[in-house]
Design a protein around this ligand. Sequence first.
Ligand code: ZN
Length: 88
Amino acid sequence: MIADYTTWLSDVRSAVDSMNMRMDAWQERWPFDFEQEYKKGTNPNAAAEKANRYWWHEQNKAINQNCLKTPDCWLPRNHSGDCQPVAG
Ligand SMILES: [Zn+2]
């Protein structure tokens, strides 16, 4: 049994903080479905990483800097190395 949603989300928030990301600001702009991740039993660190990829992907698209090689790659345009899918 995993923690209740509030506890789980506060662990996610800590993980997001540790990436120097501001969860509230990102959520306001591009809401990530944390509740769904919670229901799927995703652990807080994995959920934070997934949200991070999702936010960067949305941001890259918004500023027209999304990767053109793979549609669901969250890395910036002309990145080095392999593409990384948002849902990866
Ligand atoms: Zn790519």
